[in-house]
Each structure stands twice: as C-alpha cells, then as structure tokens.
Design a binder for this molecule. Structure first.
Ligand code: FMN
Length: 393
C-alpha cells in the first residue's frame, strides 16, 4: 500500500496516527528533526500536556443547525480556525514540501505560512495556494537578503509578514546532533558516509529525495551580489540573523503590510509588539524547539491575551494535535491557532494527501467539539465554555 492510501485508511483516526507512518518513511535524522525539541524536551511535552488542564463546560440539549467554523484573521475570511505554521525544510520531508502544504491549505480554505527555510521558491508556493499565504522572515543572509525577500513576497502576493522573535540562537535539538542532521544538510560526502546505511533503510524516501535533486537549497535567501545563500551551518546562520525590536521598525517600513510577531510568551513582549505596530502576535515557544523549560503556549496565553487587551489579534501555536485543542485556545482568547507538526506529520507521511487528510481530521474534530459543547460557531466561543486553572490567570 502506498503512503497516500495508508493515510486514507479508516485506521488513521487522529493526528497521532500519522506519526508512526512518518517515522517509517523518513530516515531517523529527518523524522527526529520534525518530531524533536530542544534539550530535555520539557516544553515540547508540556505544550501538548497542558491542554489537558483546561476542561470544557458544555451546554447540553441545545438544538444546532449548521456549525460555522469560519474566522477572520488579518482581514481574511478563513473557512477554518487554524492555519498552517511555518515549518522549515518541509521539502526534506517530502518533495512537494511547501508547495504541497500551501496547496492543501488553500483547498481547505485556510492560510499557509511559508518559512524562510523553504526549499521551494516563494512564487511557486504562493501560486499553489488559493488561500492567503504569509511569509515568515528570518533575517538570514543579512538585511539586503531580507529586503530582497520582502520585495519578492510583496510582488508575489503574500498577504502578511510573520517575524519570528524567539531565535536569538538556534535551540539545541539534541536528536539532530546525534543523528547527523548537520552532516546531512551541510556536510561533505565523507561526513555523510556514516549516515548512509540509515538512509538506505528508507528507500521510498531516498528515491523521492534523489529524484527531487537531493538536498534542496534556500531559493528565497538571495544575498545581493553573491546569489543564493548556501545551506551551510544553519545554526550559525540563525544566530547571525537574530531579530531585535529595532529591526522590526525597518522591516515594517520596508514591508508596509500587516506584520505578525511570532514567539511571544509574556505580557510584556505582547505589549511591546503592540507598541511596535504588529497587527497580530502568535503566542508561541517554537514548538518547544528553542528555549526549553518555558511554559506551554496555552499556559502563557491568558497572560498575553490580558496584556494586549484586544489591541492586536492573538494567535497561538504549540502542541495543537486535536480539534479540542483548537477550541480551547479560542475559548481562551485566541482568534485562531497555527498547527505545525499536526500537518507536517501528514506531509512527511504522504505529501499533499497527508496534509489534506490532517486538515480534514482537525476540521471534523473542531466541528464535533462545537456540537458537543452546544455552540453554533467559532465566533460564539468564549471563556464560559472552559475551565482554566485558577493559577493561570
Ligand atoms: C520541523 C519544524 C520546523 C520549523 N521551522 C520553523 C521556521 O522555519 N520558522 C518558524 O518561525 N517556526 C518554525 N517552526 C515552529 C512552528 O512554526 C510552530 O511554532 C510550532 O511547530 C508549533 O508547535 P507544534 O509543532 O506543536 O504545532 C518549526 C517547527 C517544526 C516542527
């Protein structure tokens, strides 16, 4: 059975069911890059676990007609209350990568956020989607390269810029070191040799990877006068690309459109983002991949929602694996959520078909949750449908 058939199987019931399929298809280095987090992975685990501390307060015996799952994010009407988060190196997981994910998002009526670390050209990604597409900016390659990317994103029709602020340096993802992710991405032939047997164990992935031309480059990071930035040491490149609030000012002046600040975990940073002119923020710890032992995103959400007091749209990401997670975050004040691994497992398992199936699972989950809560629409959700631990306020 091929991967697309596997994910269509009725036995794939929830997002977690994609994980073993992705694990079988990918070499360990690529799977762990997707699955893993920083250091002891405390925040990675906590992102998912903390949702369990929020419980529902349903209204039973309520007659409901059609459930309305739509939301408005940055002026765009989305059919679903979740968007697809930026996931770097998606093309390493599946040749379709960013193009496949954007197409699936658009077909489902929702938005897609393209990472700077994309193996596909931003123009191709935008063209693939019938929905809004946002560009996530790392200042990789310096200011000139970033301005060139911003200009291309504007010309291609990207609707918003997402500036990720939690990557002062790359978090240490220990699995990546053990598995030779660096050697796979940037090493020479000799450095790759110890990892070849593991790749040979995954012939399906290997054949598609080689047919796709091998390691994808970074076609959206073009350094003026030098050309495409080579895929050297991505950790060093990220450290050199650390963004500050002062950068946000010139980014805003250059872009002129709406900006989402991604990586807010405290009320103070939330207010700072408001002051710096953000149109939206995402309460996020980068999926537990940066500083370990920061709180779960959902745990940080109430403080940030309170601090920004409705002045910007609040999104959140981290640990969303079920429709109940989406609904809880919205009850707690998020306008919509971003899903990272939830769709990336699907992409890794079966390309576009896997992303489509992951979105569909989350969509039916959200609708079922609304009906069981006795709530007719996402717009009607509020804090009265959940009980949040008192200590979280
Ligand atoms: C494999 C992988 C790569 C990621 N790459 C980026 C990136 O390039 N830029 C970024 O802002 N966030 C990146 N993220 C973080 C996601 O955008 C998002 O914050 C995170 O995945 C949310 O947590 P979740 O995976 O539990 O949904 C990445 C996450 C994963 C899993």
């Amino acid at each position: 059975m091929n991967a697309a058939h596997t994910v269509a199987s009725p036995r794939v019931v929830c997002i977690e069911d994609f994980r073993p399929i992705a694990r079988r298809r990918l070499p360990r280095a690529v799977f762990d890059y997707l699955d893993g987090g920083a250091e002891g992975e405390v925040t990675l685990r906590e992102n998912c676990r903390a949702f369990q501390d929020v419980t529902f307060r349903p209204r039973h015996a309520v007659a409901l007609g059609k459930c309305d799952l739509s939301v408005r994010v940055l002026g765009f009407d989305l059919a679903l209350p979740f968007l697809l988060a930026p996931v770097g190196y998606s093309r390493l997981m599946h040749p379709g990568g960013e193009v496949a994910a954007a197409r699936a998002a658009g077909a489902a009526g929702t938005g897609y956020i393209l990472s700077t670390i994309s193996g596909h050209k931003l123009e191709d990604v935008k063209a693939a989607s019938s929905g809004p597409v946002f560009y996530q900016l790392y200042l990789m390659g310096g200011r000139g390269a970033s301005e060139a990317a911003i200009d291309r994103a504007r010309a291609a029709g990207f609707s918003a810029l997402v500036v990720t602020i939690d990557t002062a340096v790359a978090g240490i993802r220990e699995r990546d070191y053990r598995n030779g992710m660096k050697e796979l991405i940037s090493g020479g032939v000799f450095e790759k040799i110890p990892y070849i047997p593991e790749m040979l164990k995954h012939p399906g992935w290997l054949v598609s990877y080689l047919r796709d031309g091998g390691l994808p480059g970074l076609p959206n990071v073009i350094i003026p006068g030098k050309g495409q930035m080579p895929l050297v040491d991505i950790n060093a490149a990220l450290a050199a690309a650390a963004v500050t609030w002062a950068d946000l000012r010139w980014i805003r002046e250059h872009w002129k459109g709406p900006i989402v600040v991604k990586g807010v975990l405290t009320g103070d940073d939330g207010r700072r983002a408001v002051d710096e002119g953000a149109a939206a923020i995402s309460v996020s710890n980068h999926g537990g991949r940066q500083l370990d032992c920061v709180p779960a995103s959902v745990r940080a959400l109430p403080e940030v929602v309170k601090a920004v007091n409705g002045q910007v749209e609040v999104l959140m990401d981290g640990g969303v694996r079920r429709g109940t997670d989406v609904v809880k975050a919205i009850c707690m004040g998020a306008r919509a959520v971003l899903c990272g691994r939830a769709y990336a497992y699907g992409l890794a398992a079966a390309g576009e078909a896997g992303v489509t199936r992951a979105i569909e699972i989350l969509r039916t989950d959200v609708e079922r949750t609304l009906r069981l809560l006795g709530c007719p629409s996402i717009a009607a959700l509020n804090g009265s449908y959940v009980k949040v631990p008192a200590a979280w306020d």
